[in-house]
Design a protein around this ligand. Structure first.
Ligand code: SF4
Length: 364
């Protein structure tokens, strides 16, 4: 849903929550609102949600009842919450269903008891088939529309006790295989008067779609990227992440280097740690060689494999790996994967819902 003209020709109207700020205000002006009134409606819609539009909101009271009725009659994309589970550590996992078909997940993550991060999905399923991921085992169904990503954040924000200050595209799917809709959603999240999330607090995680990384870099967006690597040894990476066959490591690293050079940021490299697979001396040496001229930060993530086939390292193995990584002279962090008892890793709930076995699960 990207073309207003096509929408008109087809006789359909895109949901209000699929529109960019400019498109939204244009639609309001089309029914006779001033630019200022259109901005106020946008603010009220995203602050309170459309069902409350005009209810006790003084700023929208400036809009006439007739106009409010016209706006209420406009379509608004709605998701159903099929499941909602809270873990002891405060993670809340949502399973959404869309009228467009399919289930997908989002996770609300508490940060320092002051704010929330919301991790959202960008696709129903995923075509990339990383062997450690439940979503990859579901296969690909479709791209999410912009409004379906907007609603994941808006619905969760409306239920949260703390403000939502961060959004990460690390749920189901490869965001850069749904590039246009993801960027539209991210831009909408930053809109002042709307959800007002800082662009620097929006992270898009990619498994390595090199052409899209180059495009993103050229376009100069304010968001952050993280790159899922999991091995710097091409054969090993190919076995873990089949995306390596399509965009080989050389091409990916070249795109990462361009991103780091252009943005001036350290490239965040996500590395799913797997016992006996990718935490040995040869893996460290491959990382050192690959990134010797590129500023990076390494984020280590424990693999979550419900089948038990792939295991995370124990504390001693992880310490040994981290000690070896010091040769890289780069920051090394460990991403906390919370909510394990509610299957908060990507794809577990949806796989269970579809009758599949939640074999794996890892963030990108
Ligand atoms: S880890 Fe990400 S890219 Fe890989 S299969 Fe899962 S959702 Fe797709």
């Amino acid at each position: 849903m990207t073309d207003t003209a096509a929408e008109g020709a087809a006789g359909t109207e895109r949901p209000l929550n699929d529109l960019s700020f400019g498109e939204f205000t244009a639609r309001m002006e089309n029914i006779g609102l001033s630019g200022l009134q259109a901005r106020k409606v946008f603010s009220a819609v995203y602050r309170k949600g459309r069902p409350d539009l005009g209810q006790g909101t003084a700023r929208v009271d400036e809009v006439s009842p007739r106009h409010l009725d016209l706006i209420r009659a406009m379509p608004w994309g709605k998701l159903s919450v099929l499941d909602r589970r809270q873990a002891a550590d405060g993670f809340v996992k949502y399973l959404f269903q869309s009228p467009l078909g399919g289930c997908f997940e989002a996770v609300r993550i508490p940060l320092f008891g002051r704010k929330h991060v919301v991790c959202i999905s960008s696709q129903v399923g995923c075509a990339l088939g990383c062997v450690f991921c439940s979503t990859g085992r579901l296969g690909f169904s479709r791209n999410l529309e912009t409004w379906e990503m907007v609603e994941q954040v808006r619905v969760i924000r409306d239920e949260a006790e703390l403000p939502v200050r961060h959004v990460v595209f690390m749920g189901m799917g490869e965001p850069f295989l749904n590039y246009d809709n993801v960027i539209r959603a991210a831009v909408l999240f930053t809109q002042s008067g709307g959800l007002q999330i800082s662009g620097r607090n929006i992270t898009i995680s990619t498994a390595g779609v090199a052409p899209a990384i180059r495009r993103y870099t050229e376009e100069g967006h304010p968001f952050r990227l993280t790159f899922s690597l999991t091995s710097a040894i091409p054969e090993k990476r190919r076995a873990l992440m089949p995306v390596e066959k399509r965009w080989p490591l050389d091409e990916l690293v070249d795109a990462i280097a361009g991103y780091a050079r252009t943005t001036g940021d350290r490239a965040v490299i996500a590395y799913v740690v797997i016992r006996g697979v990718n935490i040995g001396a040869e893996d460290v040496e491959a990382l050192r060689q690959t990134f010797r001229n590129i500023p990076i930060k390494l984020d280590l993530i424990d693999v979550h494999d419900a089948s038990g086939r792939l295991q995370p390292p124990d504390a001693e193995e992880l310490k040994r790996f981290r000690d070896m990584l010091q040769v890289l002279r780069v920051p090394v962090g460990r991403r906390y994967s919370g909510g394990s008892e509610i299957g908060a890793s990507c794809g577990n709930l949806a796989a269970t819902r579809q009758g599949g076995v939640a074999l794996n699960g890892a963030e990108q």
